[in-house]
Each structure stands twice: as structure tokens, then as C-alpha cells.
Design a protein around this ligand. Structure first.
Ligand SMILES: Cc1cc2nc3c(=O)[nH]c(=O)nc-3n(C[C@H](O)[C@H](O)[C@H](O)COP(=O)(O)O)c2cc1C
Length: 393
């Protein structure tokens, strides 16, 4: 089982990550993980925080001389902003903090953030105790963990991509095939250059209005073997696992496998993917289309796994909504502190990480092995069985 834990507050000393279940002898290093962390930090519409942080995960355990040991991989990620928050976020009691602005209790609840349910649930009288962990700074830890998952998947030719489909009212028309290098270069991770320009204007307009803007993102995993996940139990279904993982990303409010809602009004003949006669033993079971998004019956079907998600506009708004004070219940303006205007482009990189971790888990569930050699042996053995039952076997 591949699983991971994260710890850390947004303005605390740093983030802690443990990834478990990765087989031994997988080549990995800090530079590889740093590449993915840098991808998360880019994107038009980010706030000032990303100028402060230059994320690099420090591997503490589970890797020796560039290869995994099969033991838990422990990592830390420093918060460079910590130096500005040492008093406000101190572990030990600090006593009277005088007029330190950052140490002041936050009581003006933001609608749309974790502030209200979090303070009620955990019995706090300072919203900071909630917002520090609810902050999407935690997603940097997910990307570090996801990079480990991606490295494992890469060994088996599985590659992940993401691109932005819409921001606000602007919708992209992705070319076919998508130029992934161009997506990486795009400030909004969009494959349609004309739409990207309009998306940036949309972000500028939201910023100008002291507001925020959301959008939709697509994650694609290529070369996924047929048969990951299972139809036999609800919690082993790969589509359900991917949906949960993507929905868990901060501010994600809807997930679909493949085009999702877009196909609901069509007839079955216009929805299901015709299976083509097998001509190539190395690539059996090709489809004319991939409307199923690469899953059938809770299992991967051999086509690319495609998942979309919708991310709501950020709740911390420069021109704040009316709200109430935690102490008095009286009308106030919601709390505002430095914030992104649009988090849609980096959300794609986080989505890739989450899908990678789910696929890595499903991959190890199917193929097992304590070393990468053993996993490969099992994978290759299975792949020989995947084909028309009376041919190629
Ligand atoms: C990459 C990323 C960056 C985010 N940045 C901010 C931010 O700067 N300010 C903010 O209020 N919310 C931000 N969010 C969203 C909040 O973390 C999220 O809305 C909050 O935790 C409440 O959870 P919910 O929206 O899932 O209900 C960001 C989300 C992501 C994925």
C-alpha cells in the first residue's frame, strides 16, 4: 500500500512528509522532487508568498545513494516565511506579544474558508489556529509526496500531465494532440494560447476588482495498464479513489472522470467507447474514443486516465464579504491577509500529484513487490496475459 502523511502549518517552521510503500531500488533524488515543487509555485495570479518560498524537499530517510530502501521516505520542506512568524507561530508560549500584528487574534471569519467550522469544532478562539493548517501551503507537501509516486510510475512508462480548461468565463479549446511543453511554458498552464491571454486578462480584472476567480483543470495519466483498481468492492474502485483524492485538494468542489456532466444528455451510442479489433499485441484493446476517461467498472481500461476538477474562487478576498466577528457575532468585514487571486494553474500540478499517489497505490496493490525488480517482474508477467484469450498467449 502506498500512502502518505503530511504535517505542518502555513507559517510554521516547515512541512513534514512521510511516503510509505515505495519498493526498494527506485532511483530518486531531491532534484527530481524540486522540479515538481517548482512547477507548483508557478502560475499567473499567485500572491506574494510564492516569491518568498523556493521549495526544495530535504530527504531525511528511506533513500541511500540515490535509491529507495523500501523504508518510509521522510522529507521536510522549509517555510522561508517562518522568520517573519517566529513569535506568532512559536511552539512555546510567548506571553504578551505587544503590538505584533501577526500575533493578534484573528476573529473576523471568512465565508468560504475553514474558519467557522474549524474554530467551532476544535474549540478555538483564534481563527489562526485553523487557517494555518487549512491553507493550501500543505499542498506543497502533497506535491513532494506525489513526485515520489510519479517516479515509481515513470519506471513503467506512466506519465502525468495537467492543463487548465477554464478560468472564470474563459474556456480553452485544447489542440489535439496537446503540446505539453507549451503547457509548461504557459503562465496559466493552458494549451490554447489565445484562451491563455484572455484568462490572464480575467485574472487581472478580478484583481482590479479586489476579487478572486476559479476554473477547471484536467489531469491525464498516459500509458496506464489495464486492470488497476477493482469492481469487487466500493472502496477499491479506481474512479472513486481518484475522485476522493482530487476532491480533497483545497477549494475543489467538483470532480469528473472523463468529460463527466458533458456526456449525460447524450445517448449511449454517443457515450461509450468502441473497442477496435486487435492488430498489435503490444497495444491490445484500443478505443476509437476515450469518453469513459480511462476507467470502466472501477478499473483502468488501458486508455489514458482523464479526470477533471472544478476549483472555486479563493475565499480570501481583498474586497472582503460582510461576515461576523467570532467574539461578538456582530457584523464585520471578513479577515484579509496576503492571498492568491487565482489558484487554478498550480492546482493542476497538485492534481497530478494526487492522481500519481492513487495510481502508485493501485499499481503496488496489483503488482506488489519489495524491490522494483520484483515489481517489474510481476508487471511484465501480467502484461503478457493482457490480450485476446486465444491469441498471443
Ligand atoms: C494552490 C492553492 C492555493 C490556494 N491559495 C489560497 C489563498 O491564497 N487564500 C485562500 O483563502 N485560499 C486559498 N486556497 C483555497 C483554500 O485553501 C480553501 O478554500 C480552504 O482551505 C477551504 O477549503 P474548501 O474550499 O475546500 O472548503 C488555495 C487552494 C489551492 C489549491
Amino acid at each position: 500500500m502506498v500512502r502518505f502523511f503530511t504535517a505542518g502549518e502555513s507559517h510554521g517552521q516547515g512541512l513534514v512528509i512521510i511516503v510509505e510503500g515505495i519498493p526498494a531500488n527506485l532511483e530518486i533524488g531531491e532534484d527530481y522532487i524540486a522540479t515538481h515543487l517548482a512547477r507548483r509555485q508557478r502560475g499567473y495570479g499567485r500572491g506574494g508568498r510564492m516569491l518568498i518560498e523556493q521549495d526544495r524537499a530535504h530527504i531525511l530517510s528511506g533513500v541511500r545513494h540515490g535509491y529507495t530502501l523500501g523504508s518510509p521516505i521522510g522529507m521536510t520542506l522549509e517555510n522561508k516565511d517562518w522568520v517573519n512568524w517566529e513569535t506568532a507561530m512559536a511552539v512555546e508560549p510567548v506571553g504578551d506579544t505587544g503590538d505584533d500584528e501577526r500575533s493578534r487574534r484573528v476573529t473576523r471569519i471568512r465565508p468560504g474558508h475553514a474558519d467557522l467550522p474549524g474554530t467551532m469544532k476544535y474549540g478555538f478562539d483564534d481563527v489562526r489556529n485553523v487557517l494555518e493548517r487549512a491553507s493550501a501551503r500543505e499542498t506543497a507537501a502533497r506535491v513532494a509526496a506525489g513526485a515520489v509516486g510519479m517516479r515509481l510510475l515513470e519506471e513503467f512508462g506512466i506519465k502525468l500531465h495537467s492543463h487548465v480548461l477554464s478560468i472564470g468565463e474563459v474556456t480553452a479549446t485544447p489542440p489535439d494532440p496537446i503540446d505539453w511543453d507549451a503547457v509548461e511554458e504557459s503562465p496559466v498552464r493552458c494549451s490554447d494560447a489565445a484562451a491563455a491571454t484572455l484568462m490572464m486578462a480575467e485574472i487581472d480584472a478580478a484583481k482590479e476588482a479586489g476579487d478572486t476567480v476559479g476554473g477547471t483543470v484536467e489531469v491525464i495519466a498516459e500509458n496506464v495498464p489495464i486492470g488497476l483498481g477493482s469492481h469487487v468492492h466500493w472502496d477499491r474502485k479506481i474512479d472513486g479513489r481518484v475522485a476522493q483524492a482530487l476532491m480533497s485538494i483545497n477549494a475543489v468542489k467538483a470532480v469528473s472522470i472523463g468529460p463527466g456532466w458533458d456526456i449525460i444528455s447524450r445517448r449511449g451510442s454517443q457515450v461509450h467507447d468502441v473497442i477496435e479489433p486487435v492488430t498489435n499485441p503490444d497495444h491490445p484493446w484500443q478505443r476509437k474514443t476515450n469518453r469513459a476517461g480511462g476507467t470502466e467498472g472501477g478499473m483502468t481500461d488501458g486508455m489514458p486516465l482523464v479526470a477533471r476538477f472544478a476549483i472555486k474562487p479563493i475565499a480570501t478576498i481583498a474586497n472582503p464579504l460582510p461576515s461576523v466577528d467570532l467574539d461578538t457575532g456582530d457584523l464585520v468585514q471578513a479577515h484579509y491577509e496576503r492571498s492568491d487571486v487565482c489558484q487554478v494553474p498550480p492546482a493542476g500540478v497538485i492534481g497530478e500529484a494526487m492522481v500519481a499517489l492513487i495510481l502508485a497505490d493501485a499499481f503496488m496493490e496489483k503488482f506488489g513487490g519489495d524491490s522494483i525488480q520484483e515489481t517489474r517482474h510481476n508487471y511484465e508477467g501480467y502484461m503478457k496475459t493482457v490480450g485476446p484469450r486465444k491469441r498471443y498467449q
